[in-house]
Design a protein around this ligand. Structure first.
Ligand SMILES: Cc1cc2nc3c(=O)[nH]c(=O)nc-3n(C[C@H](O)[C@H](O)[C@H](O)COP(=O)(O)OP(=O)(O)OC[C@H]3O[C@@H](n4cnc5c(N)ncnc54)[C@H](O)[C@@H]3O)c2cc1C
Length: 602
């Protein structure tokens, strides 16, 4: 049995911020688990930028760190402010984001950027030394702070170093497989040391999940192989509800047939989208914002072009991203990684030719419901989360992509996610420090949780079943893409629901062929697939129930937003065995005087 004061699962930006801050606050004994090397967490793959209204792109007078500040001409841009950032985020969320949480995020954003800067983060700079900012979809001012197109990489390295400095212990390549909650109190986790195959019960006074997203439930995705939504599935299995899971973001520019992300920075720097007739088709869908409309709208526009026969590529399922007019110098300076990826994976140099792209599953807006301090909210009877003050799961926290605060509502704006992981990861660190330093206890666990999980592994290895894990995973990804993708309707969703249920049944007969103990990736893939099956059912159930179109959730049979019926969060609780999720709802926090719902036009 392993014990820590605090256990954090996930070493991406959210988990690392929590660890660093709790360490800075004097919590002595912090263990961080990561199923892959911490620096390979998906946060490190983020390219485009992190949002904050610094207003650096405006002409200014005065003196900066390297002498007089130079005016930067910005045309008709309004001056930037946290309030404008707040409005853009609310509008981007299609009014489903909780406005109190959004306000906290945008107000803390500038401070977070300067905190990164002071820890040594190498942002790209304006000639006068201030942090450079570029445009991103749905933001009304240039507000993406960036480090070329390696932003996530430099942020993650900075925070990881700081966490190490504060004595945080990293368990690299440890796989969390169970969350221990009894009587609404979290008591620890069960995890496998992947190298040895040993399974351990790990007790703690507080557990935090920063386990990231779940794009891997779809056939084409920008997400890392590790993004299988383990955390959300594990929490759900432990009785924690999940919120707004039907909202899955498809990013408009994944590399054709690969899904690898071509950052929105490509369009932020001025890239065009064109169809097989060489038209900039966004003129038809978002005449004002064009390519810089928010992601849900651009992905749907691309899909419509493809469905109507104006796609490119051998199967007509692609679109072109054209950067040629930006010129070689700008492409090399601002988008070096994009150029490298396009050359390596599809043999196209964006200096000379347009890049073939297609929509790619990218981000999960829904997840584990929390308050603005990362405290996970559920209610004791598993029915409905009370509007303002749901019952907390004592000692359990979550932040980053696996959590739903909710700041992104029905659709996330680019660059708001690195920000969310940083702001709410930091807040969770403070909340956890307060919790453990104010007399939190190490609670006992009933029975032998590690043994229960060893038996799960034994069943996979020794069972008589003949189903292949890989085949089920592949079929699930296809089902989710075909029947629960960018465009949805009742018939296809009902079909998906039935299909996922059948695959869950078949999974009971799944068997892994590799019987070895050390570094058994077959066993890990089996657990990951079980998790994909678990939360995919929740995505489909939410999508089937929500009879409206809002943000990333588009029902062709209910193409309008319905504020009367659906201006509310979906909350899913695990049902009895054989029964689907039980759905309830929760109100949205709206400041009716300042930001009442409006029609969303770009
Ligand atoms: C290609 C790409 C580019 C992006 N670009 C941007 C951008 O420019 N700007 C922006 O704001 N957002 C961007 N995003 C989104 C953003 O990067 C993520 O939402 C954010 O980094 C998530 O951080 P996180 O800390 O929540 O999770 P992650 O960084 O994904 O970390 C998850 C951690 O959990 C661990 N973990 C998961 N399951 C287990 C388990 N069972 N046991 C043990 N450990 C586990 C993993 O090992 C990992 O350490 C991008 C996303 C992608 C995929």
């Amino acid at each position: 049995m392993i014990e820590h004061e605090v256990i954090i699962v996930g070493a991406g930006l959210a988990g690392s911020w929590t660890a660093m801050v709790a360490g800075q606050r004097g919590v002595k004994d912090i263990g961080v688990l990561s199923k892959i090397h911490p620096l390979r967490s998906h946060s490190g793959a983020a390219q485009g930028g992190i949002a904050a209204a610094l207003n650096n792109a405006r002409p200014v007078a005065g003196t900066g760190p390297r002498g007089p500040l130079e005016p930067v001409p910005q045309g008709e841009d309004p001056p930037d402010s946290p309030e404008l950032h707040m409005f853009d985020t609310i509008k981007g969320s299609d009014w489903l984001g909780d406005q109190d949480a959004i306000e906290i995020m945008v107000n803390e954003a500038p401070e977070i950027i300067y905190a990164y800067e002071h820890m040594g983060c190498v942002f790209s700079r304006l000639p006068d030394g201030r942090i450079a900012q570029r445009r991103f979809g749905g933001h009304s001012a240039p507000r993406a702070n960036y480090a070329a197109d390696y932003t996530g990489h430099v942020l993650l390295h900075t925070i990881h170093e700081q966490a190490l400095q504060h004595g945080v212990e990293f368990y690299s390549e440890w796989y969390c497989m169970d969350l221990l909650v009894e009587d609404n109190v979290c008591r620890g986790v069960v995890a496998m040391d992947v190298l040895t195959g040993e399974i351990h019960t790990m007790r703690a006074k507080a557990v935090m999940f920063g386990t990231g997203g779940y794009g891997r439930a779809f056939e084409v995705t920008s997400n890392a192989y590790a993004n299988t939504g383990d955390g959300v599935a594990i929490a759900y299995n432990a009785g924690v509800p999940l919120m707004d899971m039907e909202f899955v973001q498809f990013h408009p520019t994944g590399l054709y047939e690969h899904g690898i992300l071509m950052s929105e920075a490509c369009r932020g720097e001025g890239g065009y989208l064109t169809n097989s007739e060489d038209e900039r088709f966004m003129e038809r869908y978002a005449p004002d914002k064009m390519e810089l409309a928010p992601r849900d709208l651009v992905s749907r526009s691309e899909q419509t072009e493809i469905d109507e026969g104006r796609g490119i590529g051998p199967d007509g399922k692609g679109i072109y991203l054209d950067l040629r007019h930006l010129g070689a110098e700008k492409i090399k300076a601002r988008l070096p990684q994009i150029r490298e990826l396009a050359i390596d994976f599809v043999g196209v140099d964006p200096i000379d030719d347009p890049i073939p792209i297609q929509p790619t599953a990218h981000y999960s807006m829904g997840g584990i419901p929390t308050d603005a301090d990362g405290q996970v909210i559920a209610n004791a009877d598993g029915q409905v989360i009370a509007d303002a003050d749901g019952t907390p799961v004592v000692g359990f926290y979550a932040a980053g992509e696996c959590a739903c605060v909710s700041v992104h509502g029905a659709n996330r704006l680019g660059t708001n996610s690195l920000l969310e992981a940083s702001v709410f990861g930091r807040r969770a660190g403070h909340a956890i420090a307060d919790f453990v330093q104010n007399g939190a206890e190490l609670h006992p666990v009933t029975g032998d949780p590690a043994e229960r999980n060893r038996q799960r592994v034994a069943r996979l290895m020794d069972g008589a079943g003949s189903e292949s894990v890989e085949a089920i995973a592949q079929e699930l990804k296809q089902t989710m893409t075909d029947d629960c993708g960018i465009y949805r309707d009742k018939e296809r969703l009902a079909q998906a629901m039935q299909h996922v249920g059948e695959m869950q049944e078949r999974f009971k007969d799944a068997r892994v062929m590799d019987k070895s103990k050390r570094f058994n990736t077959d066993v890990l893939a089996a657990f990951e697939t079980e998790h994909l099956l678990t939360f995919s059912e929740v995505i489909v159930a939410g999508a089937l129930a929500r009879e409206e179109s809002r943000g990333a959730h588009y029902r062709t049979d209910f193409p309008k937003r319905d504020d009367e019926g659906w201006l509310k969060h979906t909350v899913a609780h695990k049902g009895e065995p054989g029964e689907g999720p039980r759905l309830s709802d929760k109100g949205v926090n709206i400041d009716w005087d300042r930001f009442p719902p409006q029609e969303r036009k770009y």
